[in-house]
Write a protein that binds this ligand. Structure first.
Ligand code: CTP
Ligand code: CA
Length: 228
C-alpha cells in the first residue's frame, strides 16, 4: 500500500544492486564466507523497483525472497559477482554495492576434499586478495562521466566517519553509506550515515526497508537531470 503512494522518482532508471556475502571455495565442501544476510540490498532493490526503476539484483548465497518485479542473478564467489556486475553495469544508470564481498579467497582451490594427513598438523592456507567490484565499476568510463551513479556501503567497527570518508575517496564514488554500528547483520533495523562531497548526514534508526526508501530518494535527488 505504501508503494502505491510512492513517487516514481527512479522512473526510466536502470538500477543494479549487489547483495549478500560471497562464498570462496577451498575444496568441494568447504569455503569461507561471512554473516551478511542480504537484507539491506534486497530492501534497496525493492525500494528502487517501487520507485519505478528497472532493477537487477546480483545476489550471493542468501535466504531472501526476490522482491516483486526485480530481476535476480545468483552468484557465489567474488569473481563470479564481478563478472556478472560488469556485464550488467553496461546499461545501468545507478549501481548500489551492498554486498559483503570476501576480501580474500583461497589462493588455490582443491578439486578433492582436503584430508587430514595423520600428522596432527593442520594445513597451511594461503589467500589472495579479491578484485574490488565497486572500485572496478567506478573506474569505468560510464561511471567517470556520470552516466552511471555509484553508491558504496561501508562496514566499519570503529571511526566510522573518518573511515567512510576515506573509503569514498579511495573508491572514487560520489556517495558512500556507512552502517552505524554495531553489527546489524540479519537484523531488521539499522541507522545509516550518508557521506558525499558536501559532508555527512545521518538517517536515524528505522527498518531497513524504510531506510532503503529514504536512500532511494537521496540517490534520485543526486542524479543528473534526464533529457526529455
Ligand atoms: N566492495 C566490493 N568488492 C570488494 C570489496 C568491497 O565491491 N572486493 C564494496 C562493498 O560492496 C561496499 C564497499 O566496497 O560497497 C566497501 O566495502 P568494505 O568491505 O567496507 O571496504 P573494503 O574496501 O573491502 O575495505 P576494508 O574491508 O578493508 O575496510
Ligand atoms: Ca571488505
Amino acid at each position: 500500500i505504501v508503494a502505491f503512494f510512492q513517487p516514481k522518482v527512479l522512473a526510466g532508471q536502470r538500477v543494479l544492486v549487489t547483495a549478500g556475502p560471497t562464498f570462496e571455495a577451498l575444496d568441494p565442501i568447504r569455503g569461507i564466507t561471512n554473516h551478511s544476510s542480504g537484507k539491506m540490498g534486497f530492501a534497496i532493490a525493492r525500494a528502487a523497483r517501487e520507485a519505478g526503476a528497472e532493477v537487477t539484483l546480483i545476489a550471493g548465497p542468501v535466504h531472501q525472497t526476490t522482491p516483486r518485479g526485480v530481476r535476480r542473478v545468483d552468484v557465489l564467489s567474488a569473481q563470479g559477482m564481478l563478472e556478472s556486475t560488469l556485464g550488467n553495469a553496461q546499461d545501468a544508470t545507478v549501481f548500489v554495492a551492498t554486498a559483503a564481498v570476501a576480501d580474500w579467497r583461497p589462493a588455490s582451490h582443491s578439486e578433492q576434499k582436503i584430508k587430514k594427513d595423520g600428522s596432527g598438523q593442520p594445513p597451511v592456507l594461503h589467500f589472495v586478495e579479491n578484485p574490488d567490484i565497486l572500485a572496478t565499476v567506478a573506474k569505468t568510463p560510464r561511471a567517470q562521466s556520470g552516466a552511471l551513479f555509484c553508491v558504496g556501503f561501508a562496514a566499519e567497527s570503529e571511526n566510522l566517519v573518518a573511515h567512510a570518508s576515506a573509503k569514498r575517496e579511495r573508491k572514487g564514488i560520489p556517495l558512500l553509506v556507512g552502517n552505524i554500528g554495531p553489527l546489524t547483520f540479519g537484523q531488521d533495523h539499522n541507522s545509516l550515515l550518508l557521506v558525499d562531497s558536501d559532508g555527512v548526514r545521518e538517517l536515524p534508526r528505522a527498518t531497513k526497508l524504510a531506510l532503503a526508501r529514504q536512500l532511494v530518494a537521496e540517490i534520485a535527488a543526486r542524479l543528473p537531470a534526464r533529457r526529455p
